[in-house]
Design a protein around this ligand. Structure first.
Ligand SMILES: [Zn+2]
Length: 165
């Protein structure tokens, strides 16, 4: 991982220069948990139990490292119904979730910082044809659009330089 970080940062910065403002621009400070295109956007349900999409799907090859986007403490990491999930409390009412991952790297109670490996991506939503990470963000217990907290630009453009393999 350590050797990857400078390369990744360079690519992100380079892509940011080439594509400074993607249409679905993010507007926060969190790092992206995986590098890839948003293949399904946030779609808030009309009611707390209604249908919708409580997060974004970020396309990523199976087994990609999922990195913590911000400092925090792991509140859940393990299997539910045969699939793996991770949740992190970031303090200040913010929390994040990582769904249908293929494995978890940490345990409940572990502290994480930006870039800590949380998990490895899986197939994504059951029945999906493109492997991806389902990434959810909660503010004060309610799901919000993760693009509101992710750092802007670049990553959506990066995929044009480095297509999924
Ligand atoms: Zn999803």
């Amino acid at each position: 991982m350590r050797r990857w970080v400078p390369t990744l940062l360079f690519l992100v910065l380079a892509a940011g220069l080439l594509w400074p403002a993607p249409a679905a621009s993010a507007s926060g400070t969190w790092a992206w948990p995986v590098v890839g295109p948003v293949i399904r956007p946030f779609d808030p349900p009309a009611s707390p139990y209604g249908s919708g999409h409580r997060g974004i799907d970020i396309g990523a090859p199976y087994g990609t490292q999922v990195l913590s986007p911000a400092p925090g403490v792991v509140t859940f990491a393990g299997p539910v119904g045969g699939r793996f999930f991770v949740s992190v409390d970031h303090g200040g009412g913010m929390a994040s979730t990582y769904s249908w991952v293929s494995g978890v790297a940490l345990r409940k109670g572990d502290a994480v910082s930006v870039g800590t490996v949380l998990a490895w991506t899986g197939e994504g939503h059951p029945g999906s044809s493109l492997p991806h990470l389902h990434f959810g963000v909660k503010r004060d217990g309610a799901y919000i659009d993760p693009l509101d907290v992710l750092s802007p630009g670049s990553v959506v453009g990066l995929i044009r330089l480095a297509p999924l393999t």
